[in-house]
Design a protein around this ligand. Structure first.
Ligand code: KG4
Ligand code: ZN
Length: 393
């Protein structure tokens, strides 16, 4: 059955018009690969899987990307709502949903223009199904589902953390399985054992705040805006991390769990003791607190990674999620890797925080691994605001 034409209205139809037949030689090679028995499931859609459209809208970033299973990442576009939420000191869910609605079609448009492909070239659509904000997730999933229905293409729901977890595979060199993954984002801090696509075992996680959340809350105590992680890291470069001694919670707990709320409280107590009569804290103190806080959190993360590597006996560590962009963390893990003899892999710096590329890529990996348990069926779809990664297998 030939693919149906997309049902866009008026001018929207023309902007997704076909860019002409695919001419690249890679296409012939791909068609050979994907017509094989392994991809029988996909053959019901009568298209070889080559080009995946990825959509991310789980929180405050709208991301769209096109990933080609042979040629790699062709295009990706991101719109961050950070400025809009900064005024409120955090993400306002209803504003986030409304903004995703506003951004998503122009981003799709741009990705197709940049890649030279048309919507009709897309073979499957991968979309973040959870976890995240319900309303925000609904925007991406409805667009993906509508496109899938209009184009008669399969739509696959991707776990947001799986996107982060696999994003280092978009780097060169890419890690091979098995590896230990440190997931450090605004909402999660987890150590996972990863033995293959969809094979994720939780080794340890935070008992309270996530690492990114601790960065954001501490940044807020230091008078920095939202999100505070990058701003705190910049402030810390000017400070002396030995000026104050902050706790390293659970560093010697013997397990692979974390706890960061005590560290945040220690910073609160410290800032209160350093407050000047007029109520402020000197720049020198703020810089030193930032450096001491960052070093404390990095020490804990590094120690737990070393322990996870020792416990699992694997020799590769993958770091993913927004906090993975932190330079002090990277330097510390690189030094530990050299000392202890393991390899460490990061996503490309611009793909550490939320983006559509990691969703397109995770979708492609699921498809290549012939795992189709999260495909939307019969035109119906759902979102999973709470969805443990280990249940996504
Ligand atoms: O993965 P992400 O974009 O979103 C979630 O899924 O949560 O991570 C965002 C988090 C925020 O808490 C942000 O402050 C933190 O990552 N972050 C950083 C840095 N860049 C982003 N934290 C420390 N240092 C950074 N350079
Ligand atoms: Zn994320």
């Amino acid at each position: 059955m030939p693919a149906r034409k997309p049902a866009f209205r008026g001018s929207e139809a023309s902007r997704f018009a076909p860019a002409g037949p695919p001419t690249d030689s890679a296409r012939t090679e791909r068609e050979g690969r994907y017509n094989s028995a392994k991809f029988k499931f996909l053959q019901q859609f009568q298209v070889p899987i080559v080009l995946i459209l990825g959509i991310e809208s789980s929180c405050d970033e709208t991301g769209v990307a096109l990933y080609d299973t042979v040629a790699g990442l062709l295009a990706h576009q991101l719109y961050s709502q950070v400025e809009m939420h900064a005024a409120y000191g955090g993400v306002v869910p209803e504003l986030a949903s409304r903004d995703h609605i506003k951004r998503i079609l122009p981003l799709l448009d741009k990705v197709f223009t940049d890649s030279g492909h048309s919507l009709l070239d897309v073979d499957a659509i991968a979309v973040t199904q959870g976890p995240g904000l319900g309303g925000a997730l609904l925007v991406g999933t409805s667009v993906a589902n509508a496109l899938g229905a209009a184009l008669n293409k399969p739509v696959l729901g991707v776990h947001h953390l799986e996107g982060h977890l696999l994003s280092p595979l978009l780097s060169t060199p890419a890690p091979s399985f098995p590896f230990v993954a440190l997931l450090v984002s605004g909402g999660h801090t987890q150590l996972m054992s990863v033995t293959g696509i969809g094979e994720y075992r939780l080794l340890g996680e935070t008992l309270d705040d996530a690492a990114g959340e601790a960065f954001d809350k501490t940044a807020s105590l230091l008078g920095l805006g939202y999100p505070g992680g990058p701003a705190l890291a910049t402030l810390a470069t000017k400070g002396d991390d030995r000026a104050f001694v902050l706790p390293r919670p659970m560093i010697r707990s013997g397990d692979l769990d974390f706890s960061f709320s005590g560290l945040k409280t220690a910073v609160l107590t410290l800032t209160n003791t350093l407050r000047e009569p007029a109520g402020g804290i000197s720049d020198a103190h703020r810089q030193n607190i930032a450096a001491a806080f960052e070093t404390a959190i990095v020490d804990v993360l590094t120690t737990k990674c070393i322990n996870a590597i020792a416990q699992t006996g694997v020799s590769r560590l993958v770091v993913a999620g927004g906090v993975g962009a932190n330079q002090r963390l990277r330097a510390s893990l690189d030094a530990a890797a050299n000392r202890t003899g393991f390899q460490v892999f990061y996503p490309p710096l611009n793909l550490c925080t939320d983006n559509g590329a990691m969703i397109a890529f995770a979708g492609a990996m699921r498809i290549l691994a012939n795992q189709h348990n999260h495909f939307f069926a019969n035109g119906a779809f759902s979102v999973k605001p709470r969805w443990p990664l280990v249940e996504s297998a």
